[in-house]
Design a protein around this ligand. Structure first.
Ligand code: SAM
Length: 224
């Protein structure tokens, strides 16, 4: 039995479980696993969930923040309503979408910023990494001004040469930084989650020439 077979089988297990337990995506288990390890989301929290459709993460977060919390979710695609979730449909790269998401918060700061935003996968390792880093950077630029001091950020990224620089920038804004691959992430995937804990209250970092190089120049995975 090959490693791939075992991995596929395990993933199907998460898919079956999601159906059985009423989650809209098996991605829900990734957030559960992040939260089990790092305790980022708490009762009554205000949570921003970027790239939320079909809604698995929002379901998980909305349950945790009951009874007084709220999840504000944003995504490109339509999402059927979920209790405890205010949804904004739009492209996060557009100022109009950002303004609509901000308006849902009514001037309040959030305790947690989540982003599971993913670019369309091309299969070109360097390009996919580069585009995912652009979304990660966008998450930080948009999310940090809205994140309360002591708050947490969880952002998806695909492994690659810009990971170290991204992490180094984030380290200037958080007390602790962790990289985490949930069990629910398939082994062959280069996906990981950057878990940034304890926001120091400062705004987005100065990115300098981060992501200004050619996407084709990307190197392989890097440690930090
Ligand atoms: C992997 S799915 C997220 C799955 C979700 N976390 C769940 O548990 O159901 C990726 C999401 O990223 C969103 N996305 C990608 N690019 C985006 C952008 N520029 N603005 C807003 N959402 C984006 C897609 O609409 C989709 O909701």
């Amino acid at each position: 039995m090959g490693e791939r077979w075992v991995d596929e089988h395990r993933r199907d297990g998460y898919t079956r479980r999601a159906k059985k337990e009423g989650y809209r995506s098996r991605a829900a288990y990734k957030l559960m696993q992040v939260n089990k390890k790092f305790r980022v989301i708490h009762r009554n929290d205000l949570v921003l969930d970027l790239g939320c459709t079909p809604g698995g993460w929002s379901q998980v977060a909305a349950k945790i923040v009951e009874p007084k919390g709220l999840v504000v979710g944003v995504a490109l695609d339509h999402m059927a309503p979920l209790p405890g979730v205010t949804f904004v449909r739009g492209d996060m790269t557009h100022e109009t979408t950002q303004a609509a998401a901000r308006a849902c918060l009514g001037g309040r700061l959030v305790h947690v910023v989540l982003s599971d935003m993913s670019p369309n996968i091309t299969g070109n390792y360097g390009l996919d990494h580069y585009r995912s880093m652009q979304l990660s950077k966008l998450t930080v630029d948009f999310g940090l001004p809205l994140l309360s001091e002591g708050g947490h950020l969880v952002v998806k990224a695909f492994e690659g040469g810009d990971m170290t620089a991204f992490a180094n920038h984030l380290k200037t804004r958080f007390a602790r930084l962790k990289r985490f691959r949930p069990d629910a992430t398939r082994k062959a995937s280069s996906e990981l989650y950057v878990v940034a804990l304890g926001h120091n209250g400062r705004g987005p970092p100065e990115w300098g020439d981060f992501l200004e190089e050619d996407a084709d120049d990307e190197e392989g995975p890097d440690d930090w």
